[in-house]
Write a protein that binds this ligand. Structure first.
Ligand code: ADP
Ligand code: MG
Length: 325
């Protein structure tokens, strides 16, 4: 059985030209560009909670890094470095080869260098911290949404939840889901180019990890506002066109997590600029509603002009709550 130092050397240590000191000492040394703030995010993936045993290790490696890069994208920050803490039940070479390959591929694809971590034996548990930078004062937080702002969502939320449901119940209730659905779940693409391009345009932003409504509720709470979503504006068609029942598609879109799309608000005056940003980074953007002045109000406008309240519940680890809308 190799020592953890052999594993680190073989699988994780890589050149880190942009760090003053990378893997191999007690700590890494990083230097921020002048006039920038350091932006940091950590995410943990636990076997049995965030992924099922037997998940493709390369995709898991990709996702371990991708979810934290997504957090930095949601702050309109540029990711630069990562650390990686892994607890592994054994030193399976094939698994490590795949996992480390996914980690390095995701780092390289987003300009990130792996500068340190921790390697220990135990239940499979994967935790990355990504460090990045943003010009001082220009990060986009959850707190800036204002009455009348447009609410936007990128890409196609709902695919990961539908893929997960099929994986867990093993049914083919949704027919043959396209490969992109499983990819959205197992190897999400952080919307980094979009997040960076929205700097100065978005008033509030986050990445959807626990479900669109639950995460929207975080923006509403931090900003002290409410929201009206418009049923007819929700990007349901692509899901329904793949054979998903319309009600199930709506539930996956509003309540499903793990797609790592960006949910953001922007002033009406910025609408055409937002649309051009979407086109310039080749990411579909959907305007799905409006920010309301009334704090905590969350409703869905139906085609017949009526509005009904929505429950802002996403996935919660300790209560297991999941309320249908
Ligand atoms: P220490 O005992 O000083 O905490 P470790 O023995 O845990 O150091 O790690 C040795 C070096 O390898 C450190 O620079 C650490 O950051 C790095 N490292 C450990 N595990 C990983 C990993 N999974 N990925 C990247 N670097 C790692
Ligand atoms: Mg030490």
């Amino acid at each position: 059985m190799p020592s953890e130092f052999e594993l680190i050397g073989r699988y994780f240590a890589r050149p880190t030209p942009s760090a003053d000191l990378g893997v191999g000492d007690d700590a890494a040394l990083l230097r921020l560009a002048a006039g920038h703030q350091c932006v940091v995010s950590t995410d943990m993936l636990v076997e049995g909670t965030h992924f099922v045993a037997g998940t493709d290790p390369r995709r898991l490696g990709w996702k371990t890094i991708a979810v934290s890069i997504s957090d930095l994208a949601a702050m309109a920050a540029r990711p630069r470095w990562a650390t990686l803490a892994v607890s592994l039940p054994d030193a399976d070479d094939a698994w490590l080869e795949g996992f480390a390959g996914g980690v390095h591929a995701c780092c390289e694809a987003h300009g990130v260098e792996l500068v340190g971590g921790d390697t220990t034996r135990g239940p499979r548990n994967l935790c990355a911290t990504v460090f990045g930078e943003v010009p001082t004062g220009q990060a986009v937080t959850r707190a800036g949404a204002r009455d009348g702002d447009d609410i936007w969502i990128s890409g196609q939320p709902g695919r990961a939840a539908l893929a997960l449901a099929r994986l867990l119940d093993g049914t083919s209730a949704d027919g043959t889901l396209p490969a992109e659905f499983v990819e959205a779940l197992e190897a999400p693409r952080p919307r980094l180019a979009l997040g960076l391009a929205l700097r100065g345009l978005a008033s509030a932003m986050l990445d959807v990890s626990d479900g669109l409504l639950g995460d929207l509720a975080h923006i509403l709470e931090c900003s002290g506002v409410g929201a009206r979503l418009v049923d007819g504006w929700l990007p349901l068609r692509a899901l329904v066109d793949c054979g998903v029942d319309p009600q199930r598609a709506r539930e996956a879109l509003l309540g499903g997590g793990d797609d790592y799309e960006l949910l953001f608000c922007a002033p009406v005056a910025a609408r055409s600029r937002v649309a051009s940003v979407g086109a310039s980074v080749d990411t579909p953007l959907h305007r799905i509603g409006t920010v309301l002045a009334e704090a905590g109000r969350l409703e869905l406008a139906l085609d017949d002009g009526r509005c009904r309240p929505l429950q802002p519940i996403g996935f919660r680890h300790f209560t297991g709550d999941k309320i249908d809308n």
